[in-house]
Design a protein around this ligand. Structure first.
Ligand code: C2O
Ligand code: CU
Length: 545
């Protein structure tokens, strides 16, 4: 195993986008930021120098961080932010996982422009890909562009609970494409060789949207999601929630020519404001005349939940040598109802809601509040009391017909309260969580991301969870394995994981608008009995609050 070392200088970058010059925060002057590539088993060392005007942390989305929770990165969860002018070195091993992951800022909404691919290749001499070796591998980072300053947008939404501005463009590898003003000259173009297979490593780095991704004239074969192999699944349209990755083979078997690739939002709720525009890129067969107009694919409608559900629920995990089996006994059974509710505004704060209330996200009626004096992980490690309480409830306050969206709802369940409450679990416990979307204020599909672990997706569906019916549907043989699950609109999903990694691990909606409104909670996994089952001590340069 080797050491892969990078330096990330994070600072202001002036870019010309959508006809205007704007200043954004970027890594090493690039948008998207640099691709990190490593082999399974390598050690990564990333020196992050914060030359931006904002507090910053970096997160390695999907990396297990075995015993190295100090490098996970969510601000005030595993570390205090790196203050402007300061630096922090993230050091961790990538062990027991391979595929497409990514990294992004995990403070405020900075990840809008601070993100990049993190690709873990199979260890030399280990099992090769479970599909024919592609001719080339291509990262496709789907992003979301804001003309406004994202930190200001976040702060306003945070204080008022008012809906923030929507974004102004989607992007393929940092470029909006020719459907946007002043963007046609500079469109992402993938040049392909006829007959060859290209492995697209697709990453949804958008702040607040799930996306459809489609290429005209070609279907794609999905071979992995969230750095876990799946049984090959042919799809005309890929659906990818914020936080997720999809590896798909593109075979250049169409008539030589030029074909659009398009990324557009999948929005499960009508009446919600969103950016209805489309990012484009081009797949161009080599030797095609540059003047040839690309072919546009037929695009799904923004609210095609049936298409999204078919894609999300059809994937099954590819079992192979060394794949972990689904644990069949469960130590901790949780039911987490999550959604949007209302919370009392603090007296002095401006507030958009009626009756002194504002919108808030919640899990089991708790709107997650980050500490400010130290991170949860430091408090946990040093046994500091008063920073959080280990009493996150296993169930919501009461049973409810969550799928019944009539507005004679239970008002007591709409009301949430701020809290910094974590769920404490024993080392190696098997945890099962039913994630249930509430329809108290809106039906919507949310991508829920768990830090520190992959989980098995045992079942998913619409409506209110019914254990007897759902358990019959559990896939305990070859479920898909993920780190981010798009819970169906007004529905539920059941996930199961083994808590074999000590630390504090955030679980949150990967739509930043919802996580910053409190749609989050955290697990505190205790140390195990042997020295090799304990969290490492904090690194000496861990930032202070
Ligand atoms: Cu991709 Cu908590 O994040
Ligand atoms: Cu959400």
């Amino acid at each position: 195993a080797a050491v892969v070392e990078h330096t990330f200088r994070v600072g202001n970058l002036t870019v010309r986008q959508l006809c205007e010059e704007r200043v954004v925060v970027a890594v090493n002057g690039r948008l998207p930021g640099p691709t990190i590539q490593a082999y399974e088993g390598d050690t990564l060392i990333v020196h992050v120098l914060n030359e931006s005007p904002y507090n910053l942390t970096m997160h390695w989305h999907g990396v297990f961080q075995r015993r190295s929770a100090w490098a996970d990165g969510p601000a005030y969860v595993t570390q205090c932010p790196i203050q402007p002018g300061q630096s922090y070195t993230y050091k961790f091993d990538v062990v027991g996982q391979e595929g497409t992951l990514w990294w992004h800022a995990h403070a405020s909404w900075l990840r809008a422009t601070v993100y990049g691919a993190l690709i873990v290749l199979p260890r030399p001499g280990s099992q090769p890909y479970p599909f024919p070796q592609p001719y080339a591998e291509v990262p496709i980072l789907l992003g979301e562009w804001w003309n406004a300053d994202v930190v200001a947008v976040e702060t306003t939404g945070q204080v008022t609970g008012g809906l923030p501005n929507v974004s102004d463009a989607f992007m393929v590898n940092g470029k909006p494409g020719d459907r946007y003003p002043c963007s046609s000259q500079d469109m992402y173009t993938l040049t392909v060789v006829p007959g060859k297979a290209f492995l697209l490593r697709i990453i949804n780095a958008a702040l607040n949207n799930q996306l459809f991704f489609k290429i005209a004239g070609h279907s794609l074969t999905v071979v992995a999601v969230d750095a876990n192999y799946v049984n090959p699944y042919r799809a005309d349209v890929v659906v990818i929630a914020s936080g997720q990755t999809v590896d798909a083979l593109l075979v250049a078997d169409a008539a030589p020519g030029s074909y659009y690739m398009a990324a557009l939002p999948y929005v499960s709720t009508e009446g919600v404001e969103f950016d209805a525009t489309i990012a484009t890129g081009v797949v161009k067969y080599e030797s095609t005349l540059p003047s040839l107009k690309p072919v546009m694919p037929a695009l799904p409608f923004f609210n095609e939940t049936a298409t999204a559900y078919r894609f999300y629920s059809s994937l099954t995990g590819l079992r192979r040598r060394g794949s972990p089996a689904v644990p069949l006994t469960v130590d901790e059974k949780m039911f987490i109802a999550f959604g949007l509710g209302l919370i009392q505004c603090p007296d002095a704060a401006p507030c958009n809601g009626a009756l002194g209330e504002r919108l808030a996200g919640s899990m089991n009626n708790i709107s997650f509040q980050l500490p400010s004096e130290m991170s949860l992980l430091e408090a946990s490690y040093h046994g500091v009391k008063g920073v959080y309480t280990p009493d996150f409830p296993n169930r919501p306050p009461r049973e409810f017909d969550y799928a019944n969206p009539d507005f004679t709802y239970d008002f007591g369940l709409v009301q949430t309260a701020w809290g910094t409450r974590v769920k404490r679990v024993k080392y190696n416990a098997t945890v099962e969580v039913v994630l249930q979307k509430t329809s108290l204020l809106a039906l919507q599909s949310h991508p829920i991301h768990l830090h520190g672990f992959d989980f098995f997706v045992l079942a998913q569906g619409f409506g209110t969870y019914n254990a007897t019916a759902a358990e019959k549907k559990f896939n305990l043989v070859n479920p898909q394995v993920r780190n981010t699950i798009s819970v169906p609109t007004g529905g539920w999903a059941v996930i199961r994981f083994v808590a074999d990694n000590p630390g504090i691990w955030l679980m949150h909606c990967h739509l930043d608008i919802h996580s910053s409104w409190g749609m989050a909670m955290a697990f505190e996994v205790e140390d195990g009995p042997t020295p090799s089952a304990r969290l490492h001590p904090p690194p000496p340069d861990l930032p202070r609050c």
